[in-house]
Structures are given as C-alpha cells and as structure tokens.
Design a protein around this ligand. Structure first.
Ligand code: SF4
Length: 484
C-alpha cells in the first residue's frame, strides 16, 4: 500500500508535494520520494524514512520546476529500502512514473526483460511498467511525443501489464510539460484529482488537496487516462474500462476518515458499517454498559454503534502517537514490538463494566489478542468485541499487505470458518479471550457503498482474476521479504 501525489502549478511545486505527502503518510512509512521537472532538467530525491525526515528545507530548496510527483511507500512487492523507493525515471523518452498498487504479472514482465538483457535496478513492480510504457512510446516515435502517442502507448501497456494500480506520470507532451494519471480497469486502488485556478493535483486521497489549497473535483475514472496541462481543461480518455470495484478495505481501515474516495466519504462509510454491526449485536442479545473504540480507525463506527445501543462511547485506550501503525509494519517482529508500545488503557473505563470494544478488522489476530490481555488487567465485568468487517479469509493480491494465506488467522481456524460464522465467532472469542466476538456479515460489507466493490479478501470474488502462478509468485515474494 502506498500513496501518490502529482502537482502541476507555479514554481515551488516541491513544497506542496512534501506537504501533501505528509497528509497521506499513513499510506506508507518505509520510504518516500519526490521528482520534479523544469524544461529539460529532471530532479529526483528518494530515501528510507518519513517525509519530514527525508525532505528537509535544504533538500527541498534543491528542486526546481512547476510540475512534479511524490510517493510514500509501504512494500507489498519487493523489499523495503531506498533501492525500491519511488518515483522511477527512464531517460528515453524522459518520463517519471510512480504508482500505488500491485502489478500481478510483475514476475512475468521481469523475466521477459531479463531474457532481452534489460536489467532492472530494483524489485519494485512499477519499474517494469515504466519500461513497457517507454518501449511502447519509443515504438511510436523517438521524440516529440503527443497526447495521442501516450494514449496509444498506454492502450498497449494495459494489454501487457495486469494489476490494481493508480499511476502518476510526468513527461514532455505536445511541446509542454504534462502530468498524467491513470487507474486500472476496475479502479481498485483509489485516485482523485483537484484544481486550483488552472493548476492541477492528483492524489491517492482527497485529504491531500485540502492541505494544499486544491479543490477536490472527483475520481480519476477507472480504466482511464487523465492528462493535465497548465491552464487547460483536463482531458479524459478511456483506455480499458471494466466495472468500477473500489477496494472496500480503504474505507474500513486504510484511508483517512476525512478523505473522499470514489465519491464516498470514508467517515460516513464507517458510520454506516457501525450501524450495520450494531444491528447484528442487538440481534445476538448482547447487552453492554459502554462502547470503547480501538483508536483511531474505529472511532466513527464505535460512535454509531453506541448511538444505536443507547450507551456512552468512551476513550478507554490511549494511543502512543509515535509508535506507527502495527499493520503497516513489514515484519511480524516489528509488528509485535510496535504493538507493545502502541496502546495503554484507562482502567476506570473498563473496571466492573460490560464493555464492547470496537475494532476495524482482524487479519493476523495478534493485535486483538494483545488488546484483550491489556484490558483484562483492568478487570471488566464482561468483555465483548465488535469488528466492523467480516473475517479476512482470502489474501489480497492488489496492494494491501495481506497476501499470504498462512498468516491469516481465519485460515488457521478454517475448519471452524467453514462451519459458519457463528462457530467462527465463538472460536475467535475463545482465541482472543473475550466473552463474545461479532463480525460484520459479508452481504453488509457489499451493501455499504451502494455500488459494486472489491471485497475479495472477505469472499474470494476477485474482480481481476489471477493465474495460479501469479498468486504463488506474489506469496513467495512476500515470504522472501519476511525472511530478509
Ligand atoms: S482484496 Fe480486500 S484489501 Fe485487496 S483490494 Fe480487494 S477489498 Fe481491498
């Protein structure tokens, strides 16, 4: 999972990019990068670490140009580290690109390039996409490319590259510096655009626009290319459009609540999911005195649940703001270490009460188990858990780090899972040490946005089918990474 930014405006574009990247820092903490362009000069800086530590005032002062892009990375293909940090650059025809997502035929593309003695400099999956696009552009003409050339080259690229992605690029087109952005045919990964007096911005989340004074205009349409030139109306061209299926996990966990994705407020969607879960908790006859969210993602859903159950919602957990997101940490060792740092409890909010703890999801089970043991010290009378998503039973191959089946706690108890959700909820309550555990049902999650979604990690209905060897190579890639 990563975050992308692209901006076309006046001088000093690098400062807006750095600000916007900080607004979406939650999407990746491993490495970051900024690239800008001024006439025939290209500027690029990328490194391990957070935006605020990599891009100091003196680093930013070394950039020039009125067009640029930025990236925050969390590895879902390839290893961590500077070598895989984005953006990537190709000299001919002079193009920068960066992406958020997973290229599912990455290993096939890499193999083909190696057979032709074209060596990749990284194991990041956007690098072969850049070479495919550059190759298709150079097949059309060697220099003086036009928007029509880019459209034709992208059509060919979409035939060769399969995956869930939002790509941002900059290059010289029709005799001027141009920014472009495109999304995969299903629009699985998010991508939005905005405007400010003839200047343009694209981003993974709309919140980046609010931070930089751009006005959110809408989605980059799925399967389409958008081309932005200073002072001109953006051009939208369909490349390969299928049914729009945005990732529901963005709304559950990943995106900031103050973002709008695919026209839906993340905050409002979490309220809807909370109300749906409250209905199920009521049907089960669970009675509680207080609702306590696991900070920060679960707060809107917990508020909605408390309203529906007519009980107070309280802050029982205090989160260490500097410990990072445990799920985003790449290895199990990092995650467990970070979790110990992450939460503490306010004893009085739990002691002698029937407590309902709300969290967004259970992937590996370690966080939930840790939270229950932490709360146990405060001696609640009863401890119930509500999860505003269904069990994660299938891996994600589209750019969220849940790509290894054997890591998923639902897979570890798959016999129970297959017996039905009631059995599985009992099993998970036992595993975590809670009195009860309630998941949201799959049909609810599919109804939440009022439009088709990707919910494949819950029900296995993958919008973009994968071949067996593609699945295996993505899982092996992650296994190798964990070993490192
Ligand atoms: S499989 Fe799950 S996490 Fe992956 S894109 Fe689909 S909904 Fe999102």
């Amino acid at each position: 999972m990563c975050g992308v930014i692209g901006i076309l405006k006046e001088e000093g574009v690098q400062y807006d990019i750095a600000l916007a990247l900080q607004a979406i820092q939650h999407r990746g903490q491993d490495s970051c990068g900024i690239a800008t362009k001024e006439n025939k000069k290209f500027f690029l800086e990328k490194d391990d670490g957070l935006v605020s530590s990599v891009f100091t005032p003196s680093t930013l002062a070394s950039f020039q140009g009125n067009i640029g892009m930025g990236h925050v990375r969390y590895p879902t293909m390839g290893s961590a580290g500077k070598v895989n940090a984005q953006p990537f650059f190709e000299k001919q025809p002079g193009i920068f690109i960066t992406h958020n997502g997973n290229i599912i035929n990455y290993h096939e593309l890499r193999k083909r390039f190696l057979e032709e003695s074209l060596y990749l400099t990284s194991s990041c999956d956007v690098e072969p996409v850049l070479y495919v696009l550059a190759e298709e552009l150079m097949n059309i003409r060697k220099y003086g490319h036009t928007t029509e050339d880019l459209t034709a080259a992208l059509k060919k690229t979409y035939q060769r590259v399969r995956g869930a992605f939002t790509i941002v690029g900059i290059m010289y087109l029709d005799g001027e510096d141009t920014m472009f952005a495109c999304r995969d045919p299903y629009g699985i990964r998010p991508g939005v655009w905005g405007e400010q007096e003839g200047s343009f911005m694209v981003a993974s989340e709309s919140v980046a626009m609010e931070m930089t004074g751009f006005e959110y205009r809408g989605d980059i349409p799925n399967g389409s290319l958008m081309v932005f030139k200073k002072g001109k109306k953006p051009l939208t061209v369909e490349i390969d459009v299928k049914e729009h299926r945005p990732c529901i996990f963005e709304y559950i966990y990943f995106a900031r609540p103050d973002s709008i994705i695919s026209g839906h407020s993340v905050y409002d969607t979490r309220l809807v999911l909370g109300r749906m879960l409250a209905e199920k908790i009521k049907r089960k006859g669970i009675r509680v005195d207080v609702v306590i969210p696991v900070p920060d993602t679960a707060r809107p859903a917990a508020t909605a649940i408390a309203e529906e159950l007519d009980v107070p919602v309280r802050d029982g957990f205090i989160k260490n703001r500097y410990s990072g997101r445990t799920f985003i940490m790449p290895s199990q060792y990092d995650r467990e270490f970070a979790m110990r740092l992450k939460h503490n409890t306010i004893e009085g909010e739990f002691k002698d009460k029937r407590v309902l703890i709300i969290d967004d999801s259970i992937v590996r089970g370690t966080t939930t188990k840790h939270i229950v043991s932490l709360v146990g010290r405060s001696q609640p009378k009863e401890l119930h858990i509500g999860i505003f998503s269904p069990p994660v039973y299938y891996p994600c191959y589209y750019g969220i780090d849940i790509s290894r089946q054997h890591e998923l706690i639902a897979r570890k108890y798959s016999d129970c899972y297959k017996e039905g959700i009631d059995h599985f909820e009992e099993k998970m309550a036992h595993f975590t040490g809670a009195d009860s555990l309630t998941y949201l049902d799959i049909p609810d999650i599919r109804k939440a946005l009022g439009q088709p979604v990707c919910a494949a990690c819950f029900d296995g209905d993958y919008p973009l089918p994968l071949k067996e060897d593609e699945q295996r190579s993505i899982e092996n890639d992650r296994d190798e990474y964990q070993k490192c």
